[in-house]
Design a protein around this ligand. Structure first.
Ligand code: MN3
Length: 217
């Protein structure tokens, strides 16, 4: 059997990816202060805690001491998923008026499964507005079924289908919108459509279908 070469992230080696734009680039939909805290503080903490959990597990294996295995497995799931989803969230947004419209393949796949773009948008918005507590709304490609699906995830990790590859993600934790929108999550969700980067969505969809998508670049 062939030995494949791969380029893993070493245990404890995760880094906060830089934003692909300035903190004020998403104004007025997402204000600069919210974006700065969200990226610099919240996302950084998921990265730090994921690294800590991985290194703690390296140490646990070394000592053959799995006393804290339940805690550490939960830390891996929570912080690993948080790191992945935030990294995608930053890249699928862009300044208002610059995101274009859905690409040909994105549009075809959405129309085939959801019936129309409007029906997709209505379901995605409803799912995002009604996520219970903190979580995400995710349009993902499911290689097991060969089609797109909308999933409403609680926290970062509950409510997924195994194998789903996130294509378009919307953070509906309060830290993503509370400074500007207060308790009005629905207003944030409705405004957010103005900053979707459809070119990046199309690229992610095609790479996911071809099995070439690296979730964090
Ligand atoms: Mn967040």
């Amino acid at each position: 059997m062939d030995t494949i070469s791969f380029s893993p992230v070493n245990p404890g080696g995760h880094r906060l990816p830089p934003l692909p734009y300035a903190y004020d680039a998403l104004e007025p939909v997402i204000d600069a202060k919210t974006l700065e805290i969200h990226h610099n503080k919240h996302h950084q903490k998921y990265v730090d805690d994921l690294n800590k959990a991985e290194l703690a597990l390296v140490a646990a294996r070394g000592k053959n001491d799995f006393t804290y295995i339940n805690y550490l497995e939960n830390e891996l799931a929570f912080n690993g998923s948080g790191h992945i989803l935030h990294s995608i969230y930053w890249t699928i947004m862009t300044s208002p008026g610059t995101g274009g419209s859905p690409g040909t393949n994105t549009e075809n796949w959405i129309n085939w499964y959801f019936g129309s773009f409007d029906a997709f948008k209505a379901q995605f918005s409803a799912a995002a507005k009604n996520v219970e507590g903190s979580g995400w709304c995710i349009l993902g490609y499911n290689p097991a079924f060969g089609h797109l699906e909308i999933l409403a995830a609680e926290k970062h990790q509950n409510g997924t289908q195994w194998g789903v590859i996130p294509i378009l993600v919307l953070d509906v934790w309060e830290h993503a919108y509370y400074l500007k929108y207060k308790n009005l999550r629905a207003d944030y969700v409705d405004a957010w459509w103005k900053i979707v980067n459809w070119e990046e969505v199309e690229r992610r969809l095609l790479d996911a279908y071809r099995g070439k998508l690296r979730l964090i670049i």
